[in-house]
Design a protein. Structure first.
Length: 150
């Protein structure tokens, strides 16, 4: 079984209220490392990647392997990925584009969850079964508790 090359295109869900997640570095150039967890705001999510906001200043370097954790429909998602783009925004805030390193079956399972969340979010802005950012978490990560437009 091999890791996906992300050649398939998946539906991308853009959140009105960002999803709270944590990330940590778990590898650099193939060597295992362990960093502390850092909070991030996930702006959009697909089965093959995400776009997020963070106060971490990381290089856009595919040799850095990150682990992401968040909750969708009461299920903790733990997935690995690498940075493909970093964009400085303001006051030490960065926007990152991440591509996941996952098996096809993991991406298909995540895609199914994302589709269910998208359907539920048509009726409401936030779901209690997902780890959406609280105002305090938004303030901690972005410097604003009322949301963020990039």
């Amino acid at each position: 079984m091999s890791l996906s090359t992300n050649s398939r295109s998946y539906f991308r869900l853009t959140f009105e209220q960002p999803l709270y997640a944590e990330c940590k570095i778990i590898g650099v150039s193939g060597a295992s490392v362990e960093s502390r967890k850092s909070p991030i705001c996930v702006l959009d999510l697909s089965a093959n990647g995400l776009r997020c906001l963070s106060r971490l200043m990381l290089p856009a370097d595919s040799s850095i392997l990150l682990e992401f954790r968040f909750v969708l429909l009461d299920k903790e998602i733990k997935i690995l990925g690498t940075i493909v783009r970093r964009k400085p925004l303001r006051d030490g805030l960065f926007e990152y584009a991440i591509v996941f390193s996952a098996y096809d079956h993991e991406m298909d399972a995540l895609s199914g969850l994302i589709n269910i969340v998208a359907a539920k979010l048509r009726k409401t802005k936030v779901l209690s079964s997902c780890s959406f950012c609280t105002p305090a978490q938004m303030e901690e990560i972005t410097g604003s508790s009322v949301g963020f437009s990039s």
